[in-house]
Structures are given as C-alpha cells and as structure tokens.
Write a protein that binds this ligand. Sequence first.
Ligand SMILES: Nc1ncnc2c1ncn2[C@@H]1O[C@H](COP(=O)(O)OP(=O)(O)O)[C@@H](O)[C@H]1O
Ligand SMILES: [Mg+2]
Length: 247
Amino acid sequence: MTAAFQLDNIKINASGKTILSVPSLSLDAGRITAVVGPNGAGKSTLLRLLNVLNKPTEGMVRFFGENLIWGRMSRAKQLEQQRQMSFVFQKSVMFDTTVFHNVAMGLKFRKWKKSDINDEVMRALEWVGLSDFRDRHAHTLSGGETQRVALARSIVTQPRVLLLDEATANLDPECIEIFEDVIHRIRKESGTTIVMITHNLQQAKRMADICLFMHQGEVLEMAETEVFFDRPAAKRLQDFLAGRMVY
Ligand SMILES: Nc1ncnc2c1ncn2[C@@H]1O[C@H](COP(=O)(O)OP(=O)(O)O)[C@@H](O)[C@H]1O
Ligand SMILES: [Mg+2]
C-alpha cells in the first residue's frame, strides 16, 4: 500500500524540550487514520508537521514519496505541497464575506474558471447540507453551520489529504453525523487520505481504519481499529481507553 506520509527519525524541539519524537511512522494513502491521546500528547504538533506548518528539528517526512519542503527559500514548493492538503480546525475562522465566497476562496487562489467555481462550490455546499446558505454572511452562522462551511471549503479543492484537528469537538450529534458522512463519502468517491484527531473514541471506532495513540510526544500504539479497541497492547492505552489516564 502506498504511504501518504512516511516519517523518519522525526524530532521537534520547542522551548528546550522534545514535544514530538517519532522514529518511524507510515500513514496509508486512501485510509482514515484516527489520532487519539490526552491533551498535550503532541497530536496537533504531528498534524501541523504533516501540513508543512511545523518544521522538524530533525528527520524528514515523505509525502507520497516526495520529501516535504519547509522554509522561506522554497516557499513555492511548500505551497504546492500544502495545496494538496486541507485542514479543518476545532474553531474555524470565516472570511468576512458570504458563505459562497468563503468556500470559493481556495478555487480562486488556484485560478479556476468562474463557471467551474460555481459548480464545485454548490456541490460542496450540497454535500454539507447548506445549499440554501450560499448568500448568507459567514459571520451570521451558528457554530455547527460554521464548521460545515469549513468542511465544504476544505473538500471543494479536492484535496489528496484531509487533516482534521478535533473538527467536530463542539458539534451536536446531528452535525457530527453530517460531518462523518461527508468524510466517508469523500474517501469513497475520491480516495482521499484522512487523518483526524479526535477526543471522541466512539467517533474513532465508527470512522477509522487505523488508530494511533499518542502520549508525551510519542506514538505508543498504532493498530487496525478493531484490534486497537479490543486488544490494546500498551498499558497506557488500556488505561486511556478505560478512562483511567495516567500522566
Ligand atoms: N511552539 C511551542 N513551544 C513550546 N511548546 C509547545 C509549542 N507547541 C506545542 N508545545 C507543547 O507541546 C506539547 C504538545 O502540544 P500539542 O501538539 O498541541 O498537543 P495535543 O494536540 O495533543 O493536545 C504541549 O505540551 C504543548 O504545550
Ligand atoms: Mg491539539
């Protein structure tokens, strides 16, 4: 199976300590990987590394076989790699304009034709159940609607990889269901690679092919979802799944 990401000897240091240490990690293309673990485990740091936002202190990351490139000197290359990925955060910031233009922005940057932009934006809005919201000002949306627009904005560019950092953390069950359906659908229809951080273990169980447990900057366990939940090997993961987190 092709690796969407291959990490080798990764270390990220910040404020004099190592906040991420991953000797070797491979994330399969076209699969859904859930990343779980307590607060401060390094989950967001890992995702930001994949998205070429955090630069490793040591080591390297291959993205579909090609080295990820950081730094000012290679800004164009970095941008090209970042444009193959979309990121949805827990709290999305909307541009000060309509829902339509919020979703269209990425396509305009990519210099898409106007008619194609219109078609794709309306398709993405339909996917998240917000077709009627195209002319609403984004700042008048509820939290759940904002997250759904953020999801539409992230899938409209047809990314190779979709990264989600606690994207459904503040959503009600109905919104979460819409989110999960869209994620399943984009993976099925486009073979998109999904890496999602979640505190919702039921969500990880429902969604993920593979789960990864992080603790103190390290990946302590990685397994197919069924094995991960039914037969966790690491003592810390057993405790975490049982709601007895030890620090
Ligand atoms: N720029 C930084 N400088 C210093 N410490 C950082 C920085 N970024 C993250 N950290 C620390 O690294 C650890 C992991 O953070 P993070 O990846 O956000 O964890 P998680 O997403 O799992 O909650 C935390 O202890 C956090 O305070
Ligand atoms: Mg985080």
